[in-house]
Structures are given as C-alpha cells and as structure tokens.
Design a protein around this ligand. Structure first.
Ligand SMILES: [Zn+2]
Length: 152
C-alpha cells in the first residue's frame, strides 16, 4: 500500500499566507479535484521550515549552475546542518562549483522543496496541475507556488 500526495508550497520557503488566502486557495484547488479527492485536501502551517520531500519520486538532485549531479550523502549532510540551525538559512556551498546557493534552488528531479506552509491532497487521483491551474491557485493564495508529487 502506498500513499500519494499532490502538494503545493510557496516558492519562498519562509512565506506563509493568512487564513483567508489559504481558504481561497483551498477552494480553487478543490475545484480541480474529483469529489473523492477533495476529502483528502488539507492546508498546513508550520512554525519552522520543513523539507517537502517527494520520496520515491526523487531521481536526482543537481547543481543549478553547472548541472552536476549532487551525491545523496552530500545533500543529506547539507540538510542536516541547516536543520541543526533551525533552517534559519538554507544557504549551502555546492561542491562542484564552490558557490553558495539555497537548498531550495537546487534542481530536484522530481520537484521538491522547503516550506512553512503547504496545501496537500492525499490520493489526488489526478496528475500534475497544468501551468494554468497552478497560476490560478497562486493568484488565489497571493504568492507563486511550486507543486510536488509525493509518493511514499
Ligand atoms: Zn555546479
């Protein structure tokens, strides 16, 4: 038995909407879902930044500058180090280019990210949101969004 989530997070890992904006976005998203899938929709706020991992869907993580694949061990250590500092920063130095970048801006295939707010749908029973759907959802929330398909 596996679980699937369709999750949307703000592109800014520290940004959080107010309750009204989150409610508006939840209504817009629920209109993109079947009646069954709607029951699995939930908006969640967190005090600190969380990793929004796509789990089994993750194939590779690469450098946004040169495209080199980053070793899972390096990534895990980098996340642990930022976690130990309460994710007050997500800045890391990539080993390939020796430049500083945000963990949130690494190239994740499939997408994942970091956030203090998410709307997630358990058993969404649909594929990726289209660009148009994601744009209208972002409009309702008042902030650009990244979507993540989680497979556990
Ligand atoms: Zn690089």
């Amino acid at each position: 038995m596996s679980d699937n989530y369709l999750t949307v997070i703000p592109t800014d890992p520290y940004w959080q909407p107010g309750k009204d904006a989150a409610d508006r976005a939840a209504v817009v998203l629920s209109e993109m879902l079947s009646d069954d899938a709607r029951r699995g929709l939930e908006a969640k706020w967190h005090d600190s930044v969380e990793v929004v991992h796509c789990f089994a869907n993750l194939e590779r993580i690469s450098c946004p500058r040169c495209g080199t694949e980053l070793a899972p061990g390096w990534w895990g250590d980098a996340v642990s180090q930022c976690y130990d500092e309460g994710f007050s920063t997500l800045m890391v130095t990539v080993p390939c280019c020796d430049v500083e970048t945000s963990l949130n801006e690494l190239v994740y295939d499939w997408p994942m990210g970091f956030a203090r707010f998410r709307i997630e749908v358990l058993y969404p029973n649909r594929a990726w949101l289209t660009d148009g759907e994601l744009a209208s959802l972002a409009g309702a929330l008042g902030h650009p969004l990244r979507q993540i398909l989680i497979h556990i």
